[in-house]
Design a protein around this ligand. Structure first.
Ligand SMILES: *Cc1c(COP(=O)(O)O)cnc(C)c1O
Length: 240
């Protein structure tokens, strides 16, 4: 078994255990090794070559997250022959990159301002070949760090309304990158925001929260999608 396949199975087991511990699934008495989970695993493949992504794909992993547009577009082209690959853009968005993001990705987790939402929508309206709506999560600046991207908590609902009004965008939920060792209150606040947003918009079903180091606390607070890089592909060369 490859290391990557091993790592994916280990992470899936960890997710299942975190779900059980927080009462999100009941312990199964079947022989199923990895119970089906309410939490989707997004494999974050930034800085990693297409060959490793293909290994993960062969291990059954279909959802991949990328942060850097040019690098991602190159790998998406290399791997275009693999069916059912779903690409998620999770990095900071410059407004001059929205066209390529709209045409290459099925999901964008890092929408944090009106301008970006409107531009993504406009590109899809202009592109008659593309009729699938783009799945959108709003990135929330939950740790309130001036340097981090993300919409402020008090502006989440007005941005949600803007995205919901865009006919080519589907509002799926919220994303956050809490600072290292963030207090539990951060996770509680994300969970609360997600619950409130879900009550307002039936399309909302995704809380994109949790990375290699905070998977357990994120799942305990209702995460529906964890974004895991290091624990699947190993450490990244230049700590990004
Ligand atoms: C890099 C990155 C991840 C993955 O982080 P790991 O600690 O390697 O699991 C998840 N989400 C975002 C937004 C990232 O930039």
């Amino acid at each position: 078994m490859t290391t990557i396949k091993n790592n994916i199975e280990t992470i899936k087991r960890q997710i299942a255990q975190a779900c059980q511990k927080s009462g999100r699934i009941t312990p199964s008495n079947s022989s199923e090794l990895i119970p089906s989970s309410p939490v989707l695993l997004l494999a974050v493949s930034k800085t990693k070559p297409a060959t490793l992504i293909e290994q993960a794909y062969l291990a059954g992993q279909h959802d991949f997250g990328e942060n850097y547009l040019q690098e991602a577009v190159d790998k998406i082209a290399i791997l275009a022959h693999l069916p059912e690959l779903t690409w998620h853009f999770i990095g900071p968005i410059q407004s001059n990159k929205t066209k390529q993001i709209a045409s290459n990705f099925a999901w964008v987790h890092s929408v944090d301002r009106e301008k970006i939402a409107l531009r993504l929508n406009q590109h899809l309206q202009d592109d008659n070949d593309n009729n699938t709506p783009l799945n959108i999560c709003l990135q929330v600046n939950i740790s309130n760090e001036a340097s981090k991207s993300g919409v402020n908590v008090e502006d989440v609902f007005s941005l949600a309304k803007i995205v919901d009004n865009c006919d080519k965008l589907t509002l799926r939920g919220l994303m956050a990158v809490p600072e290292k060792n963030a207090p539990k209150a951060c996770y509680e606040q994300m969970q609360q925001l997600f619950i409130e947003l879900k009550q307002q918009y039936p399309s909302v079903d995704t809380l994109s929260l949790g990375m290699s180091d905070d998977l357990d606390i994120a799942v305990a607070h209702g995460s529906t999608m964890v974004r895991i890089g290091t624990a699947i592909f190993g450490a990244r060369a230049n700590k990004i």
